[in-house]
Design a protein around this ligand. Structure first.
Ligand code: FE2
Ligand code: FE2
Length: 272
């Protein structure tokens, strides 16, 4: 199984202030082209939230126009910039999205059980799962006996040292960690929100943060009051699973940097 994780696309309407800065809609189009036409074509795609930028209907309509170009199944998740009711309405044909309540769901049919969570708190930058969703997660984990599980959630459940972003973090991360610490068949926790590649081990489970397809956040650790975005390149993650080796994650730039040189297969022994 090859799964692409795209995150924090922040699609906005061309010509508006934010859009002119990042061209986030065009960057998502480029990312989709790369996913479709690259040498590592995934079986499915999960978009881990902040799909659009300002929680507006016209942004979702533009997003819908853009994501129809995916040539493989793709799944949408909300982040703090999303508007869950509009997402549900404009993607009403996406049957995996629950009709009411939190937008959490399971993607089945793969060698791993894929569990997608909803950390959105309407109108707030922080995230929260809530007791009901944590109970649902506990039941989904406990009920899965034959496969390992992958958990997707927009807000990562750990503090990173990026203080300004941590202040917009997951409010009930301790409760989430308590749940996952009870299970030893969680292959990985995969999140977004921070617009950087970051990892942390927690109770034996690796938690990873996916960079943005639009813009990255400045690496500025420790106590400070600033928050800046930088023009580091758009990226996404490719999660490659095999029975023999489990899940291995590669980060991929959207831009093609070209091949510097290539050795013919079988030539390594002769060269070195
Ligand atoms: Fe974001
Ligand atoms: Fe976010």
């Amino acid at each position: 199984m090859l799964l692409a994780q795209l995150s924090d696309c922040h699609v906005s309407i061309p010509g508006e202030e934010f859009s002119d800065l990042y061209h986030s809609a065009d960057r998502l189009r480029e990312a989709i082209r790369h996913v479709n036409e690259g040498v590592n074509r995934p079986d499915l795609v999960v978009l881990t939230g902040d799909l659009i930028n300002a929680a507006r209907r016209d942004e979702y309509e533009l997003l819908r126009e853009i994501v129809k170009d995916f040539e493989m199944p793709y799944y949408l998740m909300p982040g703090n910039h999303d508007h869950c009711a509009l997402l549900r309405e404009i993607f009403s044909d996406h049957d995996y999205l629950p009709r009411e309540g939190k937008l959490h769901y399971v993607i089945d049919g793969w060698p791993l059980k894929l569990i997608c969570l909803d950390t959105n708190i309407h109108g707030k930058p922080q995230g929260e799962l809530g007791a009901a969703q944590l109970d649902w997660l506990e039941a989904e984990l406990a009920g899965e006996k034959s496969r390992n599980c992958l958990i997707f959630m927009h807000h990562p459940p750990f503090r990173t040292g990026l203080t300004s972003m941590d202040n917009m973090g997951l409010l009930d991360m301790e409760a989430f960690i308590e749940v996952i610490s009870r299970h030893d068949h969680i292959e990985r926790v995969l999140s977004g929100h921070l617009h950087r590649a970051i990892q942390r081990l927690s109770h034996g489970t690796l938690i990873q943060v996916c960079p943005s397809t639009s813009h990255q956040v400045e690496l500025s650790l420790g106590d400070n009051n600033s928050l800046a975005t930088v023009f580091e390149p758009p990226e996404y993650l490719l999660h490659y699973w095999t029975e023999a080796d489990g899940l291995v994650t590669h980060s991929e730039f959207v831009k093609d940097y070209g091949v510097a040189w290539r050795l013919a297969i079988g030539g390594i022994g002769e060269t070195y």
